[in-house]
Ligand binder design. Structure first.
Ligand SMILES: Nc1nc2c(c(=O)[nH]1)N=C([C@H](O)[C@@H](O)CO)CN2
Length: 117
């Protein structure tokens, strides 16, 4: 199966379990990998025959900016479900990265793969 990627999408939002995190936006970064057969679009140059990564990016930005989750797990799960509901993506892999200060500057990251239905 071919893949369409949307990488390094950074979005400021409220996220986290601590009091200070409920007051201050943090920057999350998203990487999305979507299964898709690109041949019909490649043969016709018809955007309607493919996944419009620009439209998908706008959908992700709007969803994440409006969200106020505590756990990155919940955000990743709900975001994946919303994308599968709005777009005919057969299967997606979502990577969500959050900067954290544990021992110096670190990055917490989760990766989920979800098929349609
Ligand atoms: N598995 C998780 N562990 C933690 C989370 C999380 O969302 N999932 N969140 C926090 C805090 O919000 C932390 O990111 C603050 O820096 C701690 N552990």
């Amino acid at each position: 199966m071919d893949k369409i990627f949307l990488n390094d999408l950074s979005i400021d939002t409220i996220i986290g379990i601590y009091d200070w995190e409920r007051q201050t936006q943090q920057t999350l970064t998203f990487d999305l990998e979507m299964d898709w057969d690109i041949q019909p679009a490649a043969a016709t140059e018809d955007i309607s025959k493919t996944l419009d990564y620009g439209a998908i990016a706008q959908t992700i930005v709007a969803f994440v900016k409006a969200s106020e989750y505590q756990l990155i797990e919940t955000l990743a799960e709900d975001l994946s479900a919303m994308l599968l509901a709005q777009y005919p993506i057969p299967k997606l892999k979502l990577t969500l990265s959050k900067p954290v200060a544990l021992h110096g500057q670190n990055t917490a990251r989760i990766v989920i793969e979800r098929p349609r239905g």
